[in-house]
Design a protein around this ligand. Sequence first.
Ligand code: GRF
Length: 187
Amino acid sequence: MVNKIRSCVFISGNGSNLKSIIKSSRDYNFPIKIELIITNNKKAKGLNFAKKYNIPFKVFSYDNRKNFERNSLNEIKKRKIRFLCLAGFMKILSKNFIKDFGYQIINIHPSLLPKFKGLNTHKRVLKSKEKYSGCTVHYVSPVLDSGKIILQKKVLINKNETENSLRKKILLQEHKIYPKSIISIFK
Ligand code: GRF
């Protein structure tokens, strides 16, 4: 694919979803190319993937949301980014940022939305004795974890499931549905 969509990924932590997107994006027919990675956390392990794959990255402090968003938008505009993926980005973007960016933003969440929005998902899922959990890729709207759903994958919760085992099991599925969702958006 010659004209891949210039894209950016926001991360805060390990970046395993970032890795899966980068790997997919190296396929000739994958619709996007990661031109920029932005984090609010200078210690984010995911930055190692930026370095490994030679992708430009920026660390912007989130002490002040306005500054973070302004710095990010400047960089995004400078690089003509037209698509934004949030992958383990642990902050909430403002309505203005979403509007000013002006293109699609998607996110991945480790639950079967609309169930279990927000933090500590796996803990709450286990506590409420759900039979299934899973993950969801969705568009980002001004209301947290509430934009239109793009793709979901369900997993069965075992009898002896722990937060950790559930997290791992769901992450494996996240790494599959994130690239799949991107393909489906640009089909
Ligand atoms: C994932 O479970 C994602 O759904 C959630 O945060 C976690 C990030 O993992 N939003 P990673 O940084 O991609 O490894």
